[in-house]
Design a protein. Structure first.
Length: 203
């Protein structure tokens, strides 16, 4: 896949595409970062595999499902661990993050009633966010390398970095000082020259 033409299509937000973008950035791979508007999405949507985005376009062919895209890219570019056990550690962390995102969506993001949304925000802030951050802190403690799997950055670590910098960040950042291993992992990823340059460019 070294010479493949890679394109990520998503909205101009971190969202569901950001982990895949971070994988490509960290791996030093050239890709076309296509950021679309809502109006453009209405035209593009019927052409996608499942009517959803992000979409990975690889040598002209479209592929869907954000988790599948991130996992594929991580495997291709050496960010999915070096053993099957590391792969299991990565999978459990990424699926745990999906559980966290589901809680965020059902209790807050997709809620339209203002009173229920306020209650959901309170639950996210006081209960759900510290609970999930505690799970990730324990995984880091158990692995004892500063990373969620193995002894170097993988897609699982990028997922936690996105937890802090992306759409969960408004809740996570309130608690970060209570979870020193997560805080250190975020700092480690953020210190990478490629990641730092990418984030500076996106400001």
């Amino acid at each position: 896949m070294a010479n493949s033409d890679i394109k990520i299509i998503y909205f101009n937000i971190p969202g569901r595409a950001e982990v895949s973008r971070l994988v490509l950035v960290l791996a030093g791979k050239q890709f076309e970062d296509v950021r679309i508007s809502g109006a453009e999405w209405r035209d593009i949507k019927p052409t996608t595999p499942f009517g959803t985005c992000p979409v990975l376009v690889l040598d002209g062919k479209m592929y869907g499902q954000s988790k599948a895209i991130a996992v594929f890219l991580a495997r291709e570019f050496g960010l999915y661990g070096r053993t099957n056990l590391e792969g299991l550690q990565i999978d459990q962390a990424m699926h745990l993050m999906e559980d966290f995102i589901q809680e965020y969506g059902s209790r807050y993001f997709f809620v339209t009633d203002e009173a229920k949304k306020a209650e959901g925000a309170k639950q996210m802030r006081e209960e759900i966010t510290p609970r999930f951050m505690g799970y990730f802190e324990k995984l880091l403690q158990d692995n004892a390398t500063g990373y969620l799997a193995g002894d170097r950055v993988t897609v699982a670590d990028l997922t936690v970095f996105d937890m802090y910098t992306g759409f969960l960040g408004s809740f996570v950042q309130e608690w970060i000082d209570k979870f020193p291993l997560i805080k250190q992992l975020v700092a480690t990823v953020e210190s990478n020259e490629r990641i730092r340059a990418y984030r500076e460019q996106r400001k």
